[in-house]
Design a protein around this ligand. Structure first.
Ligand SMILES: [Zn+2]
Length: 121
């Protein structure tokens, strides 16, 4: 099996960070929209990789419903229209809930979330 991104470093650019990468499902398949093109141009997924994996989910101790494991998948996205290539990760080790603030593109965690400092509103 070949290494993800031919073993080269990968990280999503500013174009996909902080809420700028959007997408939607058609049936139950999820599609990413190019962050540079208008009209929800659908991107191809060129490859995926396992970025991280753990047998135990580090958040399970804080919740009644348990995740089976912990994982982070990485996807290499490409827009055929404008030739933009980028990366996105999907993980169950990031935010575990809370509210997504559209204006700032940041997740506002629950007050009780384990990684939250005391200064939440
Ligand atoms: Zn594009």
């Amino acid at each position: 099996m070949s290494k993800f991104n031919d073993g080269k470093p990968y990280h999503g650019s500013n174009a996909v960070s902080h809420g700028k990468l959007r997408g939607a499902t058609d049936t139950d398949y999820f599609y990413f929209f190019c962050p540079k093109c208008a009209h929800r141009q659908i991107m191809r997924i060129l490859e995926y990789g396992l970025h991280d994996e753990k047998a135990q989910n580090p958040y399970n101790e804080f919740f009644k419903v348990q995740a089976k494991s912990a994982f982070t998948l990485v996807f290499k996205l490409h827009c055929e229209k404008c030739r933009h290539t980028d990366f996105v990760k999907i993980s169950n080790m990031g935010w575990q809930g809370g509210r997504y603030d559209e204006a700032n593109g940041k997740v506002i965690p629950w007050d009780t979330a384990p990684s939250v400092s005391a200064k939440q509103p």
